[in-house]
Design a binder for this molecule. Structure first.
Ligand code: FES
Length: 146
């Protein structure tokens, strides 16, 4: 199994590892099959993701995708950050082996779970943003077994 230089770089030197003590919201997801767990901490100021950190107990690809996902949403507006997809994360890492795509899905789900918590604490998910959260119902196993 071959990993890109970017995957190896983000695995060996992950960005934004840690916790945010006064986080605006957090999202934790796990894949029951591989047992990997990801937690994302969001700090939101106005409508901007001013800081984001992660803690991942998981495989190298889970760490690399968490790291890349945090880099891709940091400093972005909420609307921009909601556009994050697991495919975009994988592409930004110059690809992942097919059997590891579920790791990038976990990263997207962790980010979306944190935004879900944020919206729920602020009056609920707006109707026009609900589509961004369908990914939380996706079954990683279907991706895993491709
Ligand atoms: Fe499960 Fe990577 S093997 S997240």
């Amino acid at each position: 199994m071959l990993y890109s230089d970017k995957v190896m770089d983000h695995f060996m030197h992950p960005r934004n590892v840690g916790e945010i003590e006064d986080a605006s919201a957090t999202g934790t997801v796990g894949n029951p099959k591989c047992g990997d767990i990801m937690k994302i901490f969001l700090k939101i100021d106005g409508d901007v993701v001013s800081d984001v950190k992660f803690k991942t107990f998981g495989c190298g690809s889970a760490i690399a995708t968490s790291s890349m996902a945090t880099e891709m949403i940091k400093g972005k507006t909420i609307d921009e950050a909601l556009e994050l997809t697991n495919k975009a994360v994988a592409e930004a890492l110059d690809g992942l082996p097919p059997v590891k795509m579920h790791c990038s899905l976990l990263a997207e789900q962790a980010v979306k779970a944190a935004f879900k918590e944020y919206f729920e604490a602020h009056g609920g998910i707006p109707e026009d943003k609900k589509k961004y959260f369908d990914v939380l119902d996706e079954d990683e196993h279907a991706v895993d077994e491709q």
